[in-house]
Design a protein around this ligand. Structure first.
Ligand SMILES: [Zn+2]
Ligand SMILES: [Zn+2]
Length: 473
């Protein structure tokens, strides 16, 4: 037949591990205070599909799928997500046609050979009981096939480009309505080779950015659930809507607020951009002049809200920046009083993002340092005169208690080398000033990032005149 050898690493032959449903068994390990200890929030879902039996659509799946309209939390939506993932473990590369195999394995020469010899099927065809279109086969293959010795190097992007030049349809939904662009943001979060280029190629060639699957979700909604920042950035760049509701009536505009700090930071940046407003101070880790992205940036010592990569850039930006470079003044700042909970109380600030994804969602999330769950950490080794830090101020979800008392702010730095509560009774005017800025100026209304002057263990001054961009922590 003249086909190049086909090769694949068997352990990579599993498809979407989507949000699992069913009873949640929480096996929280209590944190130890050991230095460097980590909390593991991953609660992997239970699968029972034998590998290599092929895609099987069970009767239960058929029944859920037969319902009209979008799937919701009450008509079997979460159950179908679990079943689809579970049954996808049965994937068998042998079930694909020779052409389908070549697409999945990224074998450009074989794909071209099929066209040359007239063996290529119509590109509107689908394969397997899951009804994967060829764009989907290329994408799912790119996420799973790695080069192994003796096998040809996978060239998924080149295959996609070639097929698009042959009028490949890009919006072919599988049985649950996932198109190729949705599959791009459903795989393992770790970027697979050429992920960004594949997404770009699909979107630039007419893949429908807002296509809705059986759950009514767009690709952006999928990317947000999984915390796929590369996907979010590209989909937003290509104009993905944030107002299309999923089957449960929730649109991305609300969903992203519950998706953790990393997703929040990515989304806020785009929403500000779309609303025509200037980027908020400290958007991303890049130089305020040349845009160079790097970890170690120097903050302008005048305002502490702009960062530069070098003295040269700071100097070059100065004529423009000096109009905006405002130092701490009485009117621009609010003096807050920290309150530290005794560690013995064991109060924990459960990090939302790994909690939702790991415990609730059943996805793999990296362990979180126990230090990140501390509600109180007195600053250590403060230089005389204090130091400037960026703090996150979290407004309590329930502001006021039935007896009229207020709940407390939770404040901390990225490294959690300073963390405390701030009680309204200790500094009412300043507390209200900070609350007002967060309520009126932040997108979430629940948290704000500020430059703060950490003067001592018992006092820090927050620069309320400048709400910083949402940070990914
Ligand atoms: Zn620079
Ligand atoms: Zn400045």
């Amino acid at each position: 037949m003249g086909f190049p050898a086909l090769g694949i690493i068997p352990s990579l032959l599993f498809l979407e591990l989507r949000r699992a449903s069913g009873p949640l068994v929480y096996t929280a390990t209590m944190p130890t205070t050991k230095k460097g200890a980590k909390l593991n929030f991953t609660n992997p879902p239970k699968w029972n599909c034998e590998p290599g039996v092929g895609f099987i659509i069970t009767d239960e799946m058929k029944k859920i799928l037969a319902q009209p309209g979008f799937l919701t939390d009450t008509n079997g939506g979460p159950r179908l997500q679990h079943l689809y993932s579970n049954q996808s473990l049965g994937f068998r590369v042998e079930d694909l046609s020779e052409f389908g195999k070549a697409c999945f394995l990224g074998l450009l020469k074989t794909v071209q050979y099929c066209f040359m010899t007239g063996m290529a099927p119509p590109l509107t065809n689908t394969e397997t009981p899951y009804e994967f279109g060829y764009a989907t086969l290329v994408v799912t293959g790119s996420q799973r096939v790695i080069r192994s010795p003796g096998f040809p190097h996978p060239e998924h992007l080149a295959v996609l480009e070639f097929l698009i030049s042959r009028s490949l349809p890009l919006n072919v939904p599988d049985i649950v309505g996932y198109t190729a662009i949705q599959h791009c943001v459903l795989g393992d979060l770790k970027a697979y080779p050429g992920k960004e280029a594949l997404i770009r190629k699909l979107l630039a060639s007419g893949a429908e950015v807002d296509y809705r699957n059986r759950w009514g979700e767009t690709a952006l909604s999928c990317a947000i659930q999984r915390g796929d920042i590369v996907g979010i950035d590209l989909l937003m760049e290509y104009g993905a809507s944030v107002d299309i509701p999923n089957g449960n009536g929730k649109a991305v505009r609300r969903l992203f607020l519950e998706a953790g700090a990393t997703v929040n930071a990515a989304m806020e940046k785009w929403l500000l951009k779309r609303s025509g407003k200037d980027a908020a101070p400290m958007t991303g880790k890049c130089c305020g002049h040349c845009g160079l992205e790097q970890k170690s940036l120097k903050v302008c010592s005048g305002c502490h809200t702009v960062q530069y990569c070098s003295r040269e850039c700071q100097r070059a930006a100065w004529s423009d920046h000096k109009k905006k470079c405002k130092p701490f003044t009485v009117s621009s700042s609010a003096k807050l009083v920290p309150f530290y909970l005794p560690e013995a109380l064991g109060a924990m600030n459960i990090p939302q993002e790994p909690f939702r994804r790991g415990f609730v969602g059943g996805l793999a999330v990296p362990p979180v340092p126990v230090s990140h769950t501390r509600m109180s950490q007195e600053p250590k080794n403060l230089p005389p005169g204090g130091k400037q830090v960026v703090v996150k101020v979290q407004v309590p979800p329930v502001l006021k208690n039935p007896d009229g008392s207020y709940n407390h702010f939770l404040v901390y730095t990225q490294k959690r080398d300073f963390a405390c509560l701030v009680r309204r009774v200790d500094c009412q005017k300043a507390w209200d000033a900070v609350y007002d800025v967060i309520k009126k100026q932040s997108l979430s209304g629940l948290k704000g990032y500020f430059v703060a002057d950490l003067k001592s263990r018992d006092e820090f001054v927050v620069k309320v005149s400048e709400l910083l961009a949402a940070q990914p922590w």
